[in-house]
Design a protein around this ligand. Structure first.
Ligand SMILES: Cc1cc2nc3c(=O)[nH]c(=O)nc-3n(C[C@H](O)[C@H](O)[C@H](O)COP(=O)(O)OP(=O)(O)OC[C@H]3O[C@@H](n4cnc5c(N)ncnc54)[C@H](O)[C@@H]3O)c2cc1C
Length: 373
């Protein structure tokens, strides 16, 4: 293994895996760096110099496709309370997924695998939908899912793909042509965190509770959507809950910006115009015509970028609350749609110390160091 062939600086590579998926001889493998992020590594002894990897990279190429322009913005949630409460925002992902599955299609999104490693998978049946639900705040491994998606599309199956904005562009570039039976969904993305930092956080909690973990549930709405917290269930029957201002993983992510992927700090895909059909997000600061409606079970922002998006929204209309809204209002409270977050001043310090320091202690120490300034 040598340097990656596409000669892309690690600060800008988003790890979308379009290059490893397109390589006809599997000369590119995604592998973890010291910080726990996946990068492409290239084996020059196998490479046939076809340069497909250079052509699909979303970072080194300007987008070939004309970016879609916004059509409509909505506030929405699932009318199914169980789905809404189990979801991160208003459960619109699940409603879209159920519709595609009912059409005989398949759905690709991120799920926890063994050891809570986050990977993209593809499901064909409703009973597997719960695995894809909820935001996992680490970068998901794409593996070779783009290849499988292409196969399904060529078999004329509907496919719903949900991923970060960079993964959506990675898939689009990999596919090279537009498919009528593909629905691309991205979300407003603050940035993805290191799987290594997440593992250290879980290990620290397992030590504290002296138990293995059964379930991780970010943005749990026990205290309401605006007061979300992290809930972790342990195999010994105990559970941990902490709100976003106290949970060390969220403090390191949202307050100190310690372990996001370097490329997220200069994300090329920040824009209200997207390559997706639909952008989902939390509708922070939502104001509905009827103020008595309960937004606290979670409210989604939907930005529909294409006619295809409007068509599927129309198809799920009877299962959701839907109210037309203004994009300007939505974005004012969610600047991550258009701006990258700067890396925290203790980012390098975190990765240096996390090898030898307990995660929870380290976050407390960094909080103290910041407070003293
Ligand atoms: C890393 C990350 C950062 C985000 N940042 C913001 C933000 O700044 N502002 C905002 O308003 N919303 C953000 N979101 C989106 C938001 O949390 C919800 O995912 C979105 O509103 C959809 O919610 P839902 O209720 O419709 O469905 P949910 O059931 O919550 O569906 C989540 C969907 O996202 C996919 N997904 C989950 N984790 C990942 C992952 N790590 N990588 C790729 N796909 C994943 C799942 O497969 C599923 O399809 C972020 C999400 C993630 C994963």
């Amino acid at each position: 293994m040598g340097l990656n062939m596409i000669n892309i600086q690690s600060e800008i590579c988003n790890g979308c895996a379009a290059c490893s998926n397109i390589c006809p001889v599997d000369a590119i493998k995604m592998d973890y760096d010291q910080e726990g992020f996946l990068y492409p590594f290239f084996d020059s002894t196998i490479c046939i110099k076809c340069e497909q990897c250079l052509k699909v990279c979303p970072v080194i190429n300007e987008q070939k496709e004309q970016k879609t322009s916004r059509l409509r913005t909505f506030a929405a949630w699932s009318n199914n309370n169980e789905i809404r409460l189990l979801s991160t925002s208003g459960g619109i992902f699940s409603e879209l997924a159920l519709k595609v599955l009912q059409k005989g299609g398949c759905v690709s999104g991120a799920k926890y695998t063994k050891g809570f490693v986050v990977k993209h998978d593809l499901i064909n049946i409703e009973s597997e939908l719960h695995q894809l639900m909820q935001s996992k705040y680490v970068q998901s491994e794409i593996g070779y899912i783009y290849r499988l998606i292409k196969k399904k599309l060529e078999e004329d199956r509907w496919v719903l793909f949900v991923g970060t904005p960079c993964q959506v562009v990675g898939l689009s570039n990999y596919l090279t042509k537009k498919y009528d039976n593909l629905i691309l969904v991205d979300f407003i993305c603050r940035g993805v965190n290191s799987g290594k930092a997440f593992k250290c956080y879980l290990e620290s909690l397992m030590n504290e509770y002296d138990s293995e973990i059964k379930r991780v549930w970010f943005k749990n709405k026990k205290n309401g959507w605006n007061k979300f917290g992290t809930k972790i269930d342990f195999l010994n029957g105990e559970y941990y809950f902490a709100d976003r201002y106290k949970d060390p993983f969220m403090v390191g992510y949202l307050k100190h910006n310690l372990y996001m992927r370097p490329s997220c700090h200069q994300c090329k895909f920040k824009s209200v115009e997207r390559n997706s059909d639909i952008t989902l997000a939390d509708y922070w600061g939502v104001k509905l015509r009827d103020e008595s409606l309960d937004i606290e079970k979670g409210t989604s922002l939907i930005i529909a970028h294409s006619e295809k998006a409007l068509k599927i929204i129309d198809e799920i209309k009877s299962n959701i609350y839907l109210e037309e809204s203004s994009l300007e209002e939505a974005i004012t409270n969610n600047l991550c749609a258009i701006e990258s977050t700067k890396a925290g001043q203790y980012r390098n310090y975190f990765f240096e110390k996390v090898k030898e320091t307990d995660f929870l202690d380290l976050i407390n120490k960094i909080t103290d160091m910041e407070a003293k300034q």
